[in-house]
Write a protein that binds this ligand. Structure first.
Ligand code: G1P
Length: 274
């Protein structure tokens, strides 16, 4: 299985902090946020991670690169040197593609399409600004539930939010499975609805496991909310030939893409070692 981490956005909700430092590189403990997400993807069984980024964010590529000078500098500090070697090992599993224009999340995912030619396995997508604190890494748990219940379907990770917050998210509609109250078979998805029109308080929370046909749906996807090509809209259209399920994962999502979410993350994530 391969994973995609969309990480091309300009981080406008977090300027000026993100003018030079991409939001995905903001530290959470001793690791940048995106490193936690790469590790989550690998724990879920991904053997390659495609990071969709932008030439305006060169530091992302630099974090995941091999720079022998670090081993010289850390000659007498084996523990820290091991942390650098670990990042280098991750780097060998990472490929980068660029999104040259900011045309939405669906468009970002589409930029990775050429690396998935001939893939029959589902694709794990983890948003680069969402960290999930959970007993079992979120993507791993969702992939395992998907394998047990409906391996040929597409899946989205969801969480419950206060009703008045749903307008910030993709919102799902569906029916709970009697055998597992964390799983819904979806009948619809809508991107950033008005609170009054939202079909539920369950929102798409930054983790997806999608069948590869999603690329075909994305190719013909017209702009939606905010004039952007929305992944949510393509998933909705893919329901014409692929069932879509939602998994309400245990655990807590942290939005590091805005200052208040980031500060909360630092308080609640604490200094998790990993
Ligand atoms: C994106 C998705 C949305 C999802 C959200 C989770 O929106 O389009 O469906 O609920 O991430 O963070 P964004 O926050 O990029 O506007």
């Amino acid at each position: 299985m391969k994973a995609i981490i969309p990480a091309a956005g300009y981080g406008t909700r977090f300027l000026p902090a993100t003018k030079v430092v991409p939001k995905e590189l903001l530290p959470v403990g001793a690791k940048p946020a995106i490193q936690w997400i790469v590790e989550e993807a690998l724990a879920a069984g991904a053997d390659e991670v495609v990071i969709v980024t932008s030439p305006d964010k060169p530091a992302l590529r630099r974090h995941f690169s091999v720079e022998p000078i670090w081993h010289e500098r850390l000659r007498n500090k084996p523990e820290i040197d091991a942390a650098i070697s670990h990042v280098e090992a991750l780097s060998r599993k990472i490929r980068f593609v660029d999104q040259m224009e900011q045309r939405g999340l669906g468009h970002a995912v589409l930029q990775a399409a050429s690396l998935f030619k001939g893939t029959s396995e589902p694709i794990l997508i983890l948003l680069g600004d969402a960290l999930v604190n959970s007993p079992v890494p979120c993507a791993q748990e969702m992939a395992s539930v998907a394998r047990q219940i409906a391996p040929d379907a597409s899946w989205v990770g969801v969480e419950r939010v206060p009703r008045d917050q749903v307008y910030r998210y993709g919102v799902v509609a569906g029916t709970h499975l009697p055998e597992n109250d964390r799983v819904l078979r979806l009948t619809g998805l809508v991107e950033k609805p008005a609170v009054a029109d939202a079909p539920s308080d369950l929102v798409i929370a930054g983790r997806y496991l999608l069948q590869p046909a999603i690329f075909t749906w994305l190719q013909s996807q017209k702009p939606g909310t905010g004039g952007e090509i929305q992944l949510t809209d393509a998933i909705l259209r893919s329901m014409a030939d692929t069932p879509v399920y939602a998994y309400r994962y245990p655990g807590k999502r942290h939005d590091i893409g805005r200052p208040e979410g980031y500060l909360k993350t630092l308080n609640e994530w604490g200094c998790v070692e990993g």
